[in-house]
Write a protein that binds this ligand. Structure first.
Ligand code: ZN
Length: 219
């Protein structure tokens, strides 16, 4: 009888180990699932940080389209892109700089509108393929100094010429250093650079997300 009780206790103990471990696994899996689903959400950058400056070019006519294609200026991105961007900005702030944003997530309808105005893949991504901007993983930006003045990057935003390329050889030392600061910090925070546009950065694995037409409300 004593042996049976001992055996029962032992079996219960074994069962507890297995079930407790499996409960732990379930909760970890759920946690993982939740963080993945959270990562697909679009969120507004200003709700996560007040340390960015904005010049949302496509919410004005001051852009290469000469057209205002957003009803209002907001910077929505997927949560993982926002986290990487905030991390990058913290690193810049330690050095006395801040990020100024030109464009963020771009709903597919806006991409179509841009394509209607300039149907040239050299300047606008074809909406039938979409871009990482349409996936919430791309951001266009520059850096400003402590007085809010933009650093010299050699060309303006959306300058379509070889001079805007990271590898363009005949830029000044200052421009080279500024582009390099931007690029190395963005890469170390989870982004990839885009060779022909010094201002464009894609969050790593941004191409894995789906193209979206989610729109934000203008207040
Ligand atoms: Zn871009």
């Amino acid at each position: 009888m004593i042996f049976t009780v001992k055996a029962l206790v032992f079996v219960s103990f074994l069962f507890c180990i297995v079930s407790c471990q499996s409960q732990n696994l379930i909760s970890k899996t759920d946690e993982k699932k939740n963080s993945i689903s959270n990562d697909t959400l679009f969120v507004n950058l200003k709700e996560y940080s007040q340390d960015f400056l904005y010049d949302m070019k496509y919410a004005t006519t001051d852009n290469f389209l000469n057209a205002k294609v957003y009803d209002c200026a907001e910077c929505f991105l997927r949560l993982k892109t926002i986290r990487a961007l905030v991390e990058a900005n913290e690193k810049f702030m330690e050095k006395g700089y801040k990020i100024k944003i030109f464009d963020c997530y771009r709903p597919l309808d806006i991409q179509k509108k841009m394509w209607e105005i300039v149907p040239n893949p050299k300047y606008v991504a074809n909406p039938s393929k979409g871009s990482i901007h349409n996936r919430g993983g791309a951001v266009d930006l520059t850096l400003v100094n402590g007085s809010g003045k933009e650093l010299d990057m050699g060309t303006g935003f959306d300058f379509f010429g070889v001079e805007a390329s990271h590898d363009y050889p005949t830029v000044s030392h200052t421009v080279k250093a500024n582009r390099n600061l931007l690029k190395t910090t963005m890469i170390s925070s989870g982004f990839n650079s885009f060779d022909s546009e010094w201002w464009h950065y894609n969050v790593k694995s941004g191409l894995n997300d789906t193209i979206s037409n989610t729109k934000w409300e203008c207040k």
